[in-house]
Design a protein around this ligand. Structure first.
Ligand SMILES: *Cc1c(COP(=O)(O)O)cnc(C)c1O
Length: 386
C-alpha cells in the first residue's frame, strides 16, 4: 500500500484529533518496527507504553492465539477462566482483593471514581475527589474532569463536579481537603505532563493523611504500572499501600484492557448492578494479559532497573540535555530544542520516541536489548546535541 494513499484517506475520513507523525507502521519484531516502505525503526514508544514485550512477541502471541482458537467473547453474563486467572494473578502480586475489568485506562479510572464515591457517600456523605495539578487521568468526561490540566478542559464544559486539583505536596492536598473529601487520586509518576516522579516523602505523608481520615488513596498506574518503572507498580517505590489501583496500557501487551483493583477497604463497595461493561475482561485480552503479568518476575524487574539506569546515565551525558527524569524504562528528557522537533528528527533517523509536554518521552519495550538501547542513544545524541 502506497503511504500517500493512507495519508490522504486519513485526512479525508478520520476525525482529525491526532497530530500524526508522517509514517505508517506495517509490522515489527521485538523492539524493531517496519513502515510501509520497509524502513526499520528502533521502538522507544511501544504504542504509548502498550507493547510492553515488543511487537509479535512469541509468548504473548501464543497465549492470544490459543484463546482465539477457543472463544473470542462471552460477555460478563457468564464465568470466564482467563478473567479469573488474571484477577487472581493481579491480587497475588499486589495484595488487592477484587478486580473489575474494563477496556482502557480511562474506563479503569471511571470505575475507581465510582467506587470512591459510593464508598464515601454510603459511609459519610462524602463525594469529592482530590487530584493533582499536571495529572492526566483520561479523556472521558469524568476522567477529563479529574485531569488537572487546563489545556485538556477547553471547550468541553460543563464538567463533572466534585474534583479539586492540588499542588503535588501535602500542603496542597490539605488546602483542597474538606469534610466532603472521599478520595485522593495520584499518578506516582505523572506521564503525560512530562514524566514527573512525585516525591516519595509526599506520597508517604499522603498515605498517612488519607488513612487517618478514611479517605481512599487511588493510584493511577495506567502508564507507570506493570513493570514499566522496575517495580510491578510504581507506588511500591514509595513503600505505600493504596486502596485502589488502576492500570491499563502495558497490561494487555497490545490488546485493549483496563483493570481497577480494590484493596480491603473497598472490596465490598460494589454490589450487583453497580458497574458493568460489555467488552470488559474480554477473554482474548485477558489471556494475553495473563501471559504478560506472569513474566513480570523479580528477575525481569531487576533487568528493567538496570536498563533504566543505563539509559538515564547515558542520556544525561548528551550535550543540550537539560534534565532527565523518570524511573526504570519510563523516561523524560528535557532538551534545549522543542520535543516535537526532536521526535520528528529521530523518526527520520529510524528511532521512535514520544513527547510529553515539553519533554521527549521514552517508553521502550521491557525486553529491549543492550545493542538496541545503544542504537537509540546514538540517534538521540546525534539529534539532540546538534
Ligand atoms: C494513558 C493514560 C490514561 C488513559 O488511558 P486510555 O487507555 O487512553 O483511556 C489514564 N491515566 C494515565 C496515567 C495514562 O497515562
Amino acid at each position: 500500500m502506497n503511504k500517500e494513499v493512507i495519508f490522504n484517506d486519513d485526512g479525508e475520513y478520520i476525525a482529525s484529533t491526532y497530530a500524526r507523525f508522517k509514517v505508517a507502521f506495517e509490522r515489527g519484531e521485538g523492539s524493531r518496527l517496519y513502515d510501509t516502505d520497509g524502513r526499520e525503526y528502533i521502538d522507544c514508544a511501544t504504542g504509548i507504553g502498550v507493547n510492553i514485550f515488543g511487537v509479535c512477541d512469541d509468548e504473548w502471541k501464543k497465549a492470544v492465539m490459543s484463546q482465539l482458537d477457543k472463544i473470542q467473547h462471552t460477555s460478563n453474563l457468564y464465568y470466564s477462566l482467563p478473567q479469573t486467572e488474571l484477577a487472581k494473578l493481579l491480587c497475588e502480586k499486589t495484595g488487592a482483593k477484587k478486580v473489575f475489568f474494563a477496556n482502557s485506562g480511562a474506563e479503569a479510572n471511571e470505575c475507581a471514581i465510582k467506587t470512591a464515591r459510593k464508598y464515601g457517600n454510603l459511609k459519610y456523605g462524602r463525594n469529592e475527589i482530590i487530584t493533582l495539578k499536571n495529572s492526566f487521568h483520561g479523556r472521558t468526561m469524568a476522567t477529563l474532569s479529574a485531569t488537572g490540566q487546563d489545556a485538556f478542559h477547553k471547550y468541553f464544559d460543563p464538567f463533572l463536579g466534585g474534583f479539586k486539583y492540588a499542588e503535588p505536596d501535602i500542603d496542597g492536598v490539605i488546602e483542597c481537603y474538606t469534610d466532603k473529601t472521599c478520595a485522593v487520586m495520584v499518578e506516582c509518576i505523572q506521564g503525560e505532563s512530562g514524566v514527573h516522579v512525585l516525591d516519595f516523602g509526599f506520597l508517604r505523608q499522603l498515605e498517612k493523611f488519607c488513612r487517618e481520615r478514611d479517605i481512599l488513596l487511588i493510584c493511577d498506574e495506567v502508564q507507570c504500572g506493570n513493570g514499566r518503572t522496575g517495580r510491578m507498580y510504581a507506588y511500591e517505590h514509595a513503600g505505600i499501600r493504596p486502596d485502589i489501583v488502576t492500570t491499563a496500557k502495558g497490561l494487555g501487551g497490545g490488546l485493549p484492557i483496563g483493570a481497577c483493583m480494590m484493596f480491603e477497604k473497598c472490596e465490598h463497595t460494589f454490589t450487583y448492578g453497580d458497574h458493568g461493561s460489555t467488552f470488559g475482561g474480554n477473554p482474548v485480552a485477558c489471556a494475553g494479559a495473563v501471559s504478560i503479568v506472569r513474566r513480570i518476575t523479580d528477575e525481569l524487574l531487576l533487568e528493567v532497573q538496570g536498563k533504566g539506569a543505563y539509559m538515564i546515565e547515558n542520556l544525561k551525558r548528551i550535550k543540550n540535555v537539560r534534565s532527565v527524569s523518570g524511573l526504570g524504562l519510563m523516561i523524560g528528557v528535557e532538551c534545549a530544542k522543542p520535543a516535537r522537533e526532536i521526535a520528528e528528527k529521530c523518526l527520520e533517523k529510524g528511532l521512535i520516541v514520544l513527547t510529553a509536554h515539553d519533554k521527549v518521552r521514552l517508553l521502550p519495550p521491557l525486553n529491549i536489548s543492550k545493542s538496541e538501547m545503544e542504537q537509540a542513544i546514538k540517534i538521540l545524541n546525534e539529534v539532540i546535541s546538534k
